[in-house]
Design a protein. Sequence first.
Lengths: 77, 235
Amino acid sequence: MINEIISMNGYGPYVWSAFIFTLVSFASLYLVTKLQLLKEQKKYIVKFGSLSKAKTAVVREQKINKEILLNSVITKI
Amino acid sequence: MFNFFDLGKIFEISSRSTKYVFFLFIIVLIIGLTEALFLSPEDYKQSHSVRIMYVHVPAAWMALGIFSMITFLSVGTFIFKNKNFFLISKSLAPSGFIFNIIALITGSIWGKPTWGTWWAWDARITSMLILALFYFMYLLSWRIIENKNNAIKISSLIIIVGAINVPIIKFSVNWWNTLHQGPSLKIMSDTTIHSSMLIPLGIMTAAFALFSLLIFLMKFNTEMIRIKNKGLDRL
């Protein structure tokens, strides 16, 4: 049964390699994109942390900034 | 005009929906893979090699669909002078490029048992390779052009020129005598694929679309945070 699934009448190497290539491509793109996102979030937190109190208050008022800060906290958890 | 392209709103939705899209993608992918690899029948002519269709065809559809979407957004950038469009195009392009590469490689793997060759300079295959080159040039333009306005103009131009290739890909199997088979799935008339194969193909297409959406959301969030990072520098 397992041998049949693996060999697929001799077409196994073609079928499995096509599916494995697809899944590896998906995983690679996902990881690269995730790492880029985490890197930018980290940069943002460092920059935000170095702001004065007055500037922090201004930044916090903007919707997008609030969302970034919220997501950075969630990611850390 | 284009109030629905409010970046704040889009960012709010995109940053909150990523995890749901990820879980949905995993579920649909598992169902799709089970159907494609184990439950769907083998073809009477191509035997089990037909299973490659379940990754090759959705990848090709997605690559073409995403390129067409980027084309509309690029035209929009020029006509409506809306610079938010470029953010969406830029976030869509990486998954489109990967789907294009998957379509080419899996097509090549499928070609060996079916046609007896890994590669042929056939109209459909060559035009898909040209599409990959346009994707590559688009992504490269964002990497090498430092001035943002120039990058928007040049990348949009690359896509608009590349869009000429899209109908060529679509109709290449009708216009020329190609090794590649003609369309089996037609919108305007009856499809020639049996439902036992059509269902797994549909599920895998849904999985690929969800993956594209997932990458788009993550890429879009990255771009938005990058913009905000620059904003913090200017404070």
